[in-house]
Design a protein around this ligand. Structure first.
Ligand code: COI
Length: 366
């Protein structure tokens, strides 16, 4: 039996003033500002080869002291999660399906040869951080406190093997629309020069390396005036895989909702699985299967595909207005912000922010 870790707590002596915080919360953007505290839990393998988590603590937010030879700096042994905390009308703070993130983090940990973190420690870390930084949860439409749990290999050692010292941390960042400004359909760029994942690679893990690999194609996308890059399944010609930082869905006029199947390369999005559940319960025919660029183009031309959207914790549900490729573009019908996408977005945000009843038991109070 494992006993739950005891947390110690050291509060910041220099928290941001209420005025500074209010100015940030009025226009948080995405990923620019961080709360006053952080949670840290250390992992170490002892001389007998037994590993264990210890020294769980809440401390002031600040730079991390790392040895220059720390494994994460050389071999990218790192994983992370993305979650959000929402303030409800009565002032209580909630998060969405955190046990799914805890499980996915352990799936990523196994792939990156990092230690698994007990789910209870993961959840307690979120509770501890939000308990002291709850004034940082923004309440604007579509805003939330973005929680970023992550795990890094801290051992000072240059040999290529799983690190024997690791640390798990959580930081929090008030967040508005991931793409900035008001919600608007985004244009995306088809990456034909770069793949995101290979068979047996780390595509399904939420590790920094996957996102680092998306940056050169993301630059291509930006040069084309696009906000995100779309990757193809490298093993199925023309089949759509996922975007640089989110999953993708296609709404058909006849009630089908299609998204690429989980094939070991695609991230198991918590928003993705929630959209699938909400759509099924509305009577949509959800199909997790291959969908090619040719089917996308033909579907838009024939009027069969009516909406395309991206989804993820950061993106929530963001309509896709256009796919640009080296060989022309596919514009979504209408403005791109279709009825089905926007209505599922509204229901999902309603559950998360407490204005729609949570009949699924998805919300956890922090
Ligand atoms: C998230 O949606 O939480 C992610 O981790 C994606 C990242 C692009 C912000």
């Amino acid at each position: 039996m494992t006993t739950a870790l005891e947390f110690t707590q050291q509060l910041s002596e220099h928290p941001k003033s209420a005025e500074e915080r209010a100015a940030i919360l009025a226009n948080p953007g995405f990923g620019n500002h961080f709360t006053d505290h952080t949670v840290v839990v250390d992992y170490k393998v002892d001389v007998d080869g037994n590993g264990g988590w210890s020294n769980a603590r809440l401390e002031p937010y600040g730079p991390i002291m790392l040895d220059p030879s720390a494994a994460v700096l050389h071999y990218g042994q790192e994983i992370f999660e993305g979650m959000k905390a929402y303030k409800h009308a009565d002032g209580t703070v909630w998060t969405f399906r955190p046990e799914e993130n805890a499980k996915r983090m352990n799936l990523s940990a196994r792939r990156l040869a990092l230690p698994e973190l007990p789910e209870e420690t993961f959840l307690e870390s979120l509770r501890r951080l939000v308990a002291v930084d709850k004034e940082w949860v923004p309440t604007g439409e579509g805003d939330a406190l973005y929680l970023r749990p992550f795990m890094i290999a801290t051992e000072a050692f240059l040999g290529v093997r799983p690190a024997r010292e690791v640390s798990f941390r959580v930081i929090a960042s008030p967040a508005g629309n991931y793409f900035g400004g008001e919600l608007q359909p985004v244009s995306i760029w088809l990456s034909e020069n770069y793949a995101r994942a290979g068979r047996g690679g780390t595509g399904e893990a939420k590790c920094g390396g996957n996102y680092a690999a998306s940056l050169a194609p993301q630059l291509e996308a930006e040069a084309q005036g696009c906000k995100q890059v779309l990757f193809l399944d490298p093993f199925n010609d023309n089949a759509v895989e996922e975007l640089g930082g989110m999953n993708i869905f296609f709404v058909f006029a006849d009630g089908r909702l299609v998204t690429p199947e989980l094939n070991g390369n695609i991230l198991r999005g918590v928003t993705r699985s929630s959209v699938i559940q909400l759509a099924k319960d509305r009577g949509l025919d959800v199909q997790e299967r291959k969908i090619t660029i040719d089917e996308w183009r033909a579907g838009v031309e024939s009027g069969e595909i009516t909406e395309v959207f991206a989804c993820g914790t950061a993106a929530v549900i963001t309509p896709i207005g256009e796919l640009k490729t080296q060989h022309g573009s596919i514009a979504s019908p209408g403005s791109g912000a279709g009825e089905v996408s926007m209505s599922i977005r509204k229901q999902l945000l309603g559950i998360q922010t407490g204005t729609v009843e949570d009949t699924y038991g998805w919300m956890t109070r922090l």
